[in-house]
Design a protein around this ligand. Structure first.
Ligand SMILES: Nc1ncnc2c1ncn2[C@@H]1O[C@H](COP(=O)(O)OP(=O)(O)OP(=O)(O)O)[C@@H](O)[C@H]1O
Ligand SMILES: [Mg+2]
Length: 305
């Protein structure tokens, strides 16, 4: 394993608060035919781009997180959770924004309901975020743009341009069907559904390689990394494609595996590892993280063994 302590990673994107309410269900509501959950325990974790930052930090890198939150209780909770994480966190406040929260209500060991809070950030805050992004590029090796489609990356095309002009590697976890905005990035990490949304369904591996190649050239990317859940991942480059099968032994919870992949790639690339080896290590890390409950992280020590 390389020395990651000098790797500097800047994570920008949509942060969110993952909130869990665990309770007991013993009756049906008299108000409507729904269960009543008596909450016994709550849990909170940083999600989205904040989970990416946590993953990069767990691998020993120096991590900066830049994002936008609302002036609300959830924003303060996120700030508090990140305060002791060792991540240099800059959360700009938009008083009109509702911090993104995904609240899960869990009773009888199963998720009964998910409640989402989110709104679009306003223009001026995003503009000042762009200015801060530019200012922070200097002390960075690799930039991660973690797009969860919540509006925090409205200026992503400009961010990619600035970072590339400064000679930085730019990794993007994409969302949605407009990939033109990712033009000029170094590498994209779509999952199967995300890629299918922009290239259409592929018939076989040859067809996939052609569709991936076309997209890669159109967007002027160095590489496209398709993460394929239980099928592992495939890296498409000018030189051809490289596939690694999934390495997981036990699968408990696949949520957040994509965050671990892009974080590991970034830390390895920033530590001087080549892209194919970085992919293998990222695949190994993802195989470990799906064996853990919730949006978890992988430590450097776990990767060594
Ligand atoms: N069921 C699985 N079995 C084995 N490995 C898995 C499984 N699911 C995910 N992985 C590992 O995690 C990597 C990323 O998973 P996936 O392609 O599902 O990304 P994702 O959809 O972006 O994840 P998420 O959005 O839940 O964070 C895979 O390339 C693989 O290495
Ligand atoms: Mg994903």
């Amino acid at each position: 394993m390389p020395d990651t302590s000098q790797a500097r990673v800047l994570v920008v994107g949509d942060v969110m608060l993952d909130r869990y309410w665990f309770g007991e269900v013993s009756r049906i509501s008299p108000e409507a035919p729904v269960p009543v959950v008596k909450v016994q325990r709550t849990e909170e974790r940083p999600g989205g781009a904040a989970n990416v930052a946590r993953n990069a930090r767990a691998l020993g890198a120096r991590v900066t997180l830049l994002s936008v939150v609302g002036t609300d209780e959830a924003g303060r909770a996120l700030e508090h959770l990140l305060a002791s994480s060792g991540i240099d966190t800059s959360l700009l406040e938009d008083p009109e924004l509702d911090t993104t929260v995904k609240l899960r209500v869990i009773g009888r060991q199963q998720q009964l309901l998910r409640v989402d809070f989110e709104t679009w950030p306003n223009h001026e805050v995003l503009q000042s975020k762009l200015a801060e992004f530019e200012a922070r590029l200097n002390g960075t090796d690799v930039v991660i743009l973690s797009d969860y489609g919540k509006g925090g990356l409205t200026h992503i095309t400009e961010m990619i341009r600035l970072a590339r002009a400064a000679g930085k590697l730019v990794l993007v976890d994409p969302k949605g069907d407009d990939y033109v905005r990712y033009s000029g990035a170094t590498l994209l990490t779509p999952n199967r559904a995300e890629l299918r949304q922009v290239t259409g369904t592929w018939r076989d591996e040859d067809d996939l390689a052609q569709r991936a190649g076309r997209l890669r050239r159109e967007l002027r990317l160095d590489a496209l990394l398709l993460t394929r859940s239980e099928e592992g991942m495939t890296l498409f480059r000018e030189e051809g494609s490289t596939h690694v099968p999934a390495s997981a032994r036990e699968v408990f919870d696949v949520s957040g595996a994509g965050d671990t992949v892009i974080a590991t790639l970034a830390v390895m690339l920033a530590s001087g590892v080549g892209v194919v080896d970085a992919m293998r290590i990222a695949n190994h890390a993802a195989g470990i993280v799906v064996g853990k409950l919730g949006t978890a992280v992988v430590e450097l020590d776990e990767l060594r063994t």
